[in-house]
Design a protein around this ligand. Sequence first.
Ligand SMILES: Cc1cc2nc3c(=O)[nH]c(=O)nc-3n(C[C@H](O)[C@H](O)[C@H](O)COP(=O)(O)O)c2cc1C
Length: 328
Amino acid sequence: MKIGNIEFPKNPVFLAPMEDVTDMGFRHMCKRFGADMVYTEFVSSDALIRHVNKTQAKLSISDEERPVAIQIYGREVDPMIEAARICEEANPDILDINFGCPVKKVAGKGAGSGMMKTPGLMVDITKAVVEAVKIPVTVKTRLGWDNDSKIIVELAEQLQDVGIQALTIHGRTRAQMYSGEADWSLIGAVKNNPRMHIPIIGNGDVTSPEICKKRFDETGADAVMIGRGSIGSPWIFEDVKHYLNTGEKLPAKEFIWYLDILKDLILKNISYSGERGGIIHSRRHLAASSVFKGIPDFKKTRVAMLRTDSVEELFSIIDNIPAQFDMK
Ligand SMILES: Cc1cc2nc3c(=O)[nH]c(=O)nc-3n(C[C@H](O)[C@H](O)[C@H](O)COP(=O)(O)O)c2cc1C
């Protein structure tokens, strides 16, 4: 599978763009475990063209995470063109446009999945961005606005016709937000539409190697994208890729191995954002990590982990977990 000139291995698995999650430290970690492409958090085109420092910082990428996509969102043609050019200067491999974000502050203003209500404008913005930059442009979107307006099959053709080089589909409508189950049948319908020739990346509720394989098999998708299943569990990419490539599950590692990975992530985050910032960036991962699920009476430890802003204290809490629960 190729996007532009970028060649991917068989059954590629991508890290989904996630605000406040897919910062540089986490992207590096997912890359280390085999993610075939990573995305920045979404970046507001309006904030970019106003040169807001915090937004510009989100454009920082490094060679070791390539191929990497920068994702932008917005609701007007001209600011999106300008923002796309600013992003291109940051030298990503791909520029991705977000037409999927359901949150009110974005969709309510007509950007993100709000654009599902104005598909003509969505296509116009996409065409303008494709023409404004030399790097491949891709789109990430949903099935439609709500259950009565699942427009993705037709929309995919229109986006392809204006020159996008891949399309990611999250199998939910805007109205669903993150509730219910992702419906992959329409992702399959887009992939199997004989008019479509660009790669289709499927997304939604992939949390295990088995689910990932099932989604590839039943839709023929060119790649699968994993979001929430990776938060606090960057090793999911290694587990999934191993299963896809061999048909066998990687044996679980010792508990301490997972703790060491989380500590590595914390140290990485600290190296980018200082002690306090790095710890704050790491909290979401500590809160969500699959490795702590099902440990009895874990609440007190979890609260302590999420409260401290000293790395020494945090590591001491983490190092104590195996003894506390008699795990080695
Ligand atoms: C915390 C969080 C932040 C997200 N931020 C973005 C974003 O910046 N851009 C985007 O396209 N999607 C964003 N998403 C949506 C994910 O990329 C993905 O489409 C969605 O979570 C479904 O995939 P999953 O079931 O594997 O998590 C976000 C999701 C979460 C949970």
